[in-house]
Design a protein around this ligand. Structure first.
Ligand code: ZN
Length: 161
C-alpha cells in the first residue's frame, strides 16, 4: 500500500476534463501527468478535495460545481494588454483561448479583439461559470521534499529547476 494523498504530498495524476454535456475539453493523456503539491491550492478546491485520501492506481470520476471550480463569471472583466505578453502575438485572433505570460506565471484568457499593438482580453478563466466533470487516474503519490514545500509546488513533471 502506498501513501494516501494528504497535505504536503506530491501527487502525479492524469486527468480528462469534460463539460456537463460530456464533451472533452482538455486531457493530459497524451503528455506527462499533472503534478501538484497537495494542500497548497495548486488546483481548484473541488479537485483537491476529490484527491484527498486516494492512492496511486486509483481511477475515479468526479463532478465539480462552479463554486468549487473556477467560480462565477464576472461581467466586463476585460483588459487591454500589450502583445508582448503573448507567446505568439501574430497568431492571435478573437475568440481564441490563450495564455498571458506574466511574472507570476501563465494566466489563461480569452481574446476579444486584436489591435496593432494591443489586445483586449477577457480575464475570466475560460471555465468560469461552468460545472466541470473530471476523469482522474492517480499515477504516483509521495511525500514532498523540503524544497518543494518552500516553493509551494511540485518539482515532478514539467517544472524545470
Ligand atoms: Zn520550485
Amino acid at each position: 500500500m502506498g501513501d494516501a494523498i494528504a497535505k504536503d504530498h506530491v501527487v502525479e495524476f492524469h486527468y480528462t476534463l469534460f463539460d456537463t454535456e460530456g464533451a472533452e475539453l482538455e486531457t493530459t493523456r497524451n503528455e506527462k501527468p499533472a503534478a501538484i503539491l497537495h494542500g497548497h491550492r495548486n488546483v481548484i478546491p473541488g479537485l483537491e478535495a476529490a484527491l484527498t485520501g486516494r492512492q496511486a492506481g486509483d481511477s475515479f470520476e468526479v463532478d465539480i460545481p462552479t463554486d468549487q471550480a473556477y467560480g462565477q463569471r464576472r461581467d466586463d472583466w476585460t483588459q487591454r494588454v500589450s502583445k508582448k505578453y503573448f507567446a505568439k502575438p501574430k497568431a492571435l485572433k478573437a475568440g481564441q483561448i490563450t495564455q498571458l505570460r506574466l511574472e507570476s506565471g501563465p494566466r489563461p484568457v480569452t481574446v476579444i479583439k486584436v489591435g496593432a499593438k494591443m489586445v483586449d482580453v477577457d480575464l475570466n478563466h475560460p471555465q468560469a461559470g461552468n460545472d466541470l466533470h473530471f476523469a482522474i487516474e492517480i499515477v504516483a503519490v509521495r511525500k514532498a521534499t523540503p524544497q518543494e514545500l518552500s516553493h509551494g509546488h511540485a518539482h515532478s513533471g514539467g517544472h524545470d529547476h
